[in-house]
Design a protein around this ligand. Structure first.
Ligand code: NPQ
Ligand code: MG
Length: 368
């Protein structure tokens, strides 16, 4: 495929409600979209980097900068581009996996549209719909949390994930269990908010029958997580720590996790995400698909990935209206707790012209 250029587009999307995690509160999602343009088609992707380097070292202005100055120019010397070639060319640069993922995915979408193949079939997906969970932020009170969980269960979500941090952990978990019962699929996500000295405190969560505790310790602390795996009965899940198929294989070999959350942006793209999935399946490690408050562009691709056979737990693949009143694609709507996997070519969705224009704050054209 001959690419004529890549458009970078900045989009600002107000959230339906503030989203609070152990690293802060967001009311607006600052997003970078990539559009790969060839003579015959175009492909779209969403960069999942957040506004600040808190979830990971990447941030949206940095992603835009590295794409503009290094990653996109490196593609210019290649006449015939496909996603696999893009991945190989970008390998020369260290880190910046979210930026690389967006570039590779935009090319992959264009390539699949030319081949008239869906992303789900290209990845080897086997399901027509995926089971959905929802991530519930930290609140000002337990009463407010219980109302929020009740609303999400009413909407049909099959699994609840509570964001936790020191001072907001055992009590909200206890209250949600008491109110909604033992059958509720319930898990928690600390986004690295605890330390090795908190092990005994975290063990208090063992009595609540959680599906898992996600990323309690620092990104680099595999040994600390291995200690938690040995000490707690609740399964330990890694998110931030897993940045590639190799790091997944290492974490599994070190017995640092029981479960892995796969986010394509975090591991450098959908092709690497598929390899993380394959490593986990080979080792009997259950996986589920994470989320980064994506618009319909990123959501569509995540739903395709979540349809692979190793994704045996409900993902953070929530409906569009969990985060946005007006999505930039046709909205993903929950049906019996599931989202339908797009079947059209590529990611199977495209931006709605007017909705996209309404939220675009800047566009940059990079000819190849
Ligand atoms: C996680 N996502 O699993 C992430 C973290 C995350 C759905 O819980 C604004 C503010 C955007 C905080 C995107 C979920 C965010 C955010 C993702 C946190 O760790
Ligand atoms: Mg997480």
């Amino acid at each position: 495929m001959h690419l004529t250029g890549l458009e970078l587009r900045r989009v600002r999307m107000p959230l339906v409600a503030p989203f609070r995690t152990s690293f802060g509160t967001e009311e607006c999602r600052e997003i970078l979209l990539v559009r790969a343009v060839s003579d015959d088609t175009e492909g779209w992707a969403e960069c999942v980097a957040l506004g600040d380097p808190k979830y990971s070292s990447e941030y949206v202005d940095g992603a835009q900068d590295v794409l503009t100055r290094f990653l996109i120019p490196a593609l210019a010397e290649h006449r015939n581009l496909d996603a696999t070639t893009v991945g190989r060319v970008l390998d020369r640069f260290a880190g910046h996996r979210m930026a690389k993922a967006a570039l590779e995915t935009a090319v992959l979408d264009a390539e699949l549209r030319l081949r008239d193949q869906s992303l789900s079939s290209a990845l080897g997906a086997e399901r027509e719909s995926v089971a959905c969970g929802v991530s519930v932020g930290i609140m000002d009170s337990v009463a407010e949390l219980l109302d929020s969980v009740a609303d999400h269960l009413e909407a049909g979500y099959l699994r609840i994930k509570l964001k936790i941090q020191p001072g907001w952990d055992v009590e909200p978990v206890r209250a949600v269990r008491e109110r909604f019962g033992d059958a509720l699929l319930l898990q928690v996500d600390a986004n690295t908010a605890y330390h090795r000295s908190d092990v005994r405190h975290l063990a208090e969560l063992d009595r609540y029958g959680l599906l898992l505790i996600e990323q309690p310790l620092a990104e680099e602390d595999l040994l600390g997580h291995a200690h938690l795996v040995r000490t707690l009965t609740t399964p330990i899940c890694l998110d931030e720590s897993i940045t590639s198929a190799r790091s997944a294989a290492d974490a599994i070999a070190l017995k640092a996790c029981d479960v892995i959350n796969i986010k394509p942006g975090r591991v450098g793209g959908y092709l690497e995400a598929r390899r993380v999935h394959d490593v986990c399946v080979a080792h009997g490690i259950p996986v589920w698909c994470g989320g980064m408050l994506e618009t319909g562009i990123g959501r569509a691709a995540n739903v395709a990935l979540a349809a692979l056979p190793g994704f045996v737990l409900p993902g953070d693949t929530s409906a569009s209206n969990r985060y946005y009143r007006n999505d930039i694609t046709a909205p993903f709507v929950l049906q019996d707790g599931h989202l339908k996997v797009p079947t059209g070519p590529g990611i199977g969705v495209e931006p709605l012209k007017d909705a996209l224009a309404d939220v675009t704050t800047a566009t940059f054209w990079n000819p190849l």
